[in-house]
Design a protein around this ligand. Structure first.
Ligand SMILES: Cc1cc2nc3c(=O)[nH]c(=O)nc-3n(C[C@H](O)[C@H](O)[C@H](O)COP(=O)(O)OP(=O)(O)OC[C@H]3O[C@@H](n4cnc5c(N)ncnc54)[C@H](O)[C@@H]3O)c2cc1C
Length: 357
């Protein structure tokens, strides 16, 4: 995972169209069962999680109409327990949040993603999966009925070869480079979207929140929102005029602090995890949440972490959904790649891939 933290939000997907204009069918289909499965798995294996719930805040009457569109879509997508809360109900739930009204999704939560990955690794090993950490795939050669894969150790640059009947390419941000090892004319490209988070400690009651708090998911940048109705917004996403952005949001962390992000910042490539620390960027974090979270001050915030999200391009066009597909030229080579909410959907993704065999 291209992120340096210990916890991750579990999304409940509520924005995705599921009808004829379907652009993110896998995300729409997998998010709700994925979310439930992670809670079940975490409970069974004593991994920390919390159902914090999620509020998407409307700040005025126009945004309230947007919330009504989101609400309808979330019902179509089978999101459990969603409701629209008025100003008073929001205050009752979150006294420090100012809202005109809000959409409430009680099943959203956080999980210790490192422990989750560790447990999956342990279970896989117990079931005879073999891991080759510290090795990089540097070549793939198609043979008549298999692939010859060349690995190189990252420390001593020693190579070895293995034969594989099927390859599942789950190399995240680097999936395009792996595909190009097999086919230099591959139509795929992976771009990194550099995301930055800041954090604050809720040192007084005025800074406390217990829910994940989001603006309406309609931002062109961290601060500026698109002035669109919900229907226009969905059309923008479908026609790739706009990229879906969740907007800068507040998330209680596993350690009891509250993170603010993600803020999309300019990066120099897939391996750029530099924090680019400056007070101007902290000011941007403050500006992006102060209208609904007014008690926060600049002095409360410090820089936290960087994460690079994968953005998939297929023939230079954005592929907004997970990419889980056999490669046309070599059907036994299967790409499995996706951005958020890939963690939430980890179990349905595994089931889907298993059915491809
Ligand atoms: C900033 C950020 C925030 C996110 N927020 C959320 C969220 O709130 N909720 C949610 O559900 N999801 C979220 N996600 C998405 C989720 O983390 C990803 O979808 C998921 O981690 C992708 O997993 P993956 O296994 O496909 O890729 P990765 O976790 O990137 O794993 C790819 C692996 O391939 C290996 N690799 C690459 N190249 C080679 C090579 N040549 N040879 C050998 N190995 C190679 C890498 O070392 C790495 O181990 C977020 C992601 C980011 C970056």
């Amino acid at each position: 995972m291209n992120i340096h933290n210990q916890q991750e939000i579990l999304w409940l997907y509520i924005v995705v169209p599921i009808n004829n204009n379907n652009i993110e069918p896998l995300k729409a289909e997998m998010c709700v069962p994925g979310n439930a499965k992670i809670y079940e798995f975490s409970k069974k294996h004593n991994i920390f999680y919390a159902k914090t719930g999620k509020l998407i805040i409307a700040e005025n009457e126009k945004e309230a109409e947007f919330i009504a569109g989101l609400y309808k879509r979330s019902l179509e997508n089978g999101v459990p327990g969603v409701e629209i809360l008025d100003k008073t109900d929001v205050k009752r739930l979150e006294p420090n949040i100012d809202a005109y009204c809000a959409l409430y999704a009680p099943e959203t939560g956080i999980v210790d993603s490192v422990e989750l990955a560790r447990k999956l690794y342990q279970l896989a090993e117990e079931n005879n999966a073999c891991f080759a950490f510290g090795n990089k795939v540097i070549a793939i050669e198609p043979m008549s009925d298999a692939f010859k894969v060349t690995l190189e150790t990252t420390d001593r640059h020693e190579t070895c070869e293995i034969m594989a009947n099927t390859i599942i390419n789950a190399a995240g941000l680097y999936f395009d480079e792996i595909t190009k090892l097999l086919d230099p004319d591959s139509p795929y490209e992976a771009k990194a979207s550099k995301n930055k988070w800041s954090i604050f400690e809720p040192v007084n009651d005025g800074l406390r929140i217990k829910t994940n708090i989001y603006p309406i998911p309609c931002a062109v940048s961290d601060i500026q929102k698109l002035d669109l109705s919900f229907t226009e917004y969905e059309r923008h996403i479908q026609e790739c005029i706009a990229i879906r952005s969740l907007g800068v949001h507040l998330t209680p962390t596993v350690q009891g602090a509250i993170s603010i992000g993600p803020m999309v910042i300019k990066g120099s490539g897939k391996d750029d995890f530099g924090l680019n620390d400056n007070s101007e960027s902290l000011q941007r974090f403050l500006c992006s949440v102060s209208s609904f979270f007014p008690n926060l001050a600049l002095d409360d915030i410090k820089s936290y972490q960087i994460g690079n999200q994968v953005k998939i391009l297929e023939k230079e066009r954005i592929h907004p959904d997970f990419l889980i597909k056999r490669y046309e030229k070599y059907p036994n080579f299967i790409n499995v790649v996706g951005d958020s909410p890939g963690l939430t959907c980890v179990f349905p993704i595994a089931g889907y891939v298993a059915k491809l065999f």
